[in-house]
Write a protein that binds this ligand. Structure first.
Ligand code: DX5
Ligand code: ZN
Length: 221
């Protein structure tokens, strides 16, 4: 049984005091810092680049940084985020010209590679790359914005991916991103997820420790 990881998305953090806010959420019990990188091309929003990753490393953040690239093309930003201190890097297969080569680039740069699946993206992209994957990220909203509602049929997709991971015999993390809340995280875990991205559910709360503990209580129930 994998340990559950809670990964707040800084998309909903206070960007005027980002270093302090990230420090606060980690002190409140978060495990990983999730970066939602958007280019206003692959998705209809523009967020931030590798300099924010470097700035947080220079500020003293040592926790794993999980970079979710909602960009196209991906390879240049893979290199730049790896050089800036990323730990995990994932991208959408539709956004890369050569998925295997992009995954290998993440590995060659010393980071942990993942593939991201939008709600309507077929799992067939997993067919020839399971041996390269550290994590699989399922989007439970359509990418581009925080604060959206969880798409319920993601639970069936999670079960399908969980089964493929088990059949592969590989120790691959199953991550979910979008609309994760205290009141649905247990069902998401029951469907097979072991890593949870939450932006608004955490950063919109006055006390991060309380909401993270509530999530952990739900996961333990
Ligand atoms: C969508 C983003 C969001 C974000 C989480 O592109 O990837 O899913 O991480 O947002 P919340 O937790 O506010 O739904
Ligand atoms: Zn994300």
């Amino acid at each position: 049984m994998k340990d559950f990881l809670i990964a707040p998305s800084i998309l909903s953090a206070d960007f005027a005091r980002l270093g302090e806010d990230v420090e606060k959420v980690l002190a409140a019990g978060a495990d990983v810092v999730h970066f939602d990188v958007m280019d206003n091309h692959y998705v209809p929003n523009l967020t931030f680049g590798p300099m924010i990753c470097k700035a947080l490393r220079d500020y003293g953040i040592t926790a794993p940084i999980d970079v979710h690239l909602m960009v196209s093309p991906v390879d240049d930003l893979i290199e730049q985020f790896a050089d800036a201190g990323a730990s995990m890097i994932s991208f959408h297969p539709e956004a890369s010209q050569h998925v295997d080569r992009s995954l290998q680039l993440i590995i060659d740069k010393g980071c942990q590679p993942g593939l991201v699946f939008n709600p309507a993206t077929s799992l067939s992209h997993l067919d020839y790359v399971m041996d390269k994957l550290h994590h699989i990220l399922l989007m439970s909203v359509n990418p581009g914005f925080g604060g959206q509602s969880f798409i319920p049929n993601t639970l069936d997709k999670l079960r399908e991916v969980k089964q493929r991971i088990e059949e592969s015999g590989r120790n691959i993390r199953l991550e979910v991103d979008g609309g994760v809340k205290v009141d649905n995280i247990a069902a998401i875990a029951d469907a097979g997820a072991d890593m949870f991205v939450a932006g608004s559910a955490i950063f919109n709360q006055p006390d991060y420790a309380t909401v993270i503990q509530q999530m952990r209580n739900e996961l333990a129930s």
